[in-house]
Write a protein that binds this ligand. Structure first.
Ligand code: ADP
Length: 227
């Protein structure tokens, strides 16, 4: 599913080049789940952004299915994200003027969304029930707690029934019970629908539940054991 080979990523800043990822490789089979841990600033978000076609590596290839994500045009990258990918961002990026339900339905606005509106809406309601927000459908983002915003963002990431889910600290600001809800949802998807899952987390318990763990350190991924 994911075969990233010799990825390097550097950022040019005034007066300095920051080498974040250095010849990093990662292989994840279809339906596999893995977590990435590592110190703040080690490059975890940078790596997720590359795999999610939000940014390009300075060098290296990232094969996902039959396409090299590193070489997609902007249109192809958008199509890949709309149809194959669920991305849970650390800063959830909910649209402030839209309700919870409407935010989850935003991906439907992509021009080539094929499914009838009622079916998508039905699934949005089911997803929101699964994340425990069926009583918050009409709330606007400012009326939600941090955890509810994040859970809305998780539901939105899953509305296109992705085969790959990338999640950047999906339980970052959540209390233990909400953390379990999100962890259950992601792990059920992985187990029941064979969704490939790659989760950046500081939460050792979540990493342990996911099973396979890598640590990002010195620009590379190392096999690790969650404690
Ligand atoms: P992590 O997710 O592990 O906390 P990040 O991937 O966010 O780490 O950042 C890794 C390093 O790359 C940091 O030192 C950060 O300052 C730097 N970095 C990230 N994005 C940029 C950018 N657009 N321009 C310059 N430096 C960046």
């Amino acid at each position: 599913m994911i075969s990233a080979t010799n990825i390097s990523k550097s950022f040019e800043t005034p007066g300095e080049t920051v080498d974040v990822l250095k010849d990093l490789s990662l292989d994840l089979a279809d339906g596999e789940a893995a977590s990435i841990i590592g110190p703040s600033g080690s490059g975890k978000t940078t790596l997720l952004n590359l795999i999610g076609a939000l940014d390009r590596p300075s060098s290296g290839s990232i094969w996902i299915g039959n396409q090299d994500i590193a070489t997609l045009t902007a249109d192809e990258a958008t199509r890949f994200r709309n149809h194959s990918l669920g991305f849970v961002f650390q800063q959830h990026y909910l649209l402030p003027q839209l309700s919870v339900l409407e935010n989850v339905l935003v991906p439907r606005l992509a021009g080539d969304w094929k499914e009838p509106a009622e079916e998508t809406e039905q699934r949005a309601r089911e997803l929101l029930a699964k994340v425990g927000l069926d009583h918050r459908l009409k709330h606007l983002p400012w009326q939600l707690s941090g955890g509810e915003k994040l859970r809305t963002a998780v539901a939105r990431a899953l509305i296109n029934q992705p085969s790959l889910v990338l999640a950047d600290e999906p339980t970052g600001s959540l209390d233990p019970s909400s953390t379990d809800t999100i962890a259950d949802l992601l792990l059920d998807l992985n187990r029941d629908q064979k969704v490939t899952l790659l989760v950046v987390t500081h939460n050792q318990a979540l990493a342990k539940r996911i099973g396979k763990t890598f640590e990002l350190r010195d620009g590379k991924l190392w096999s690790a054991v969650a404690k």
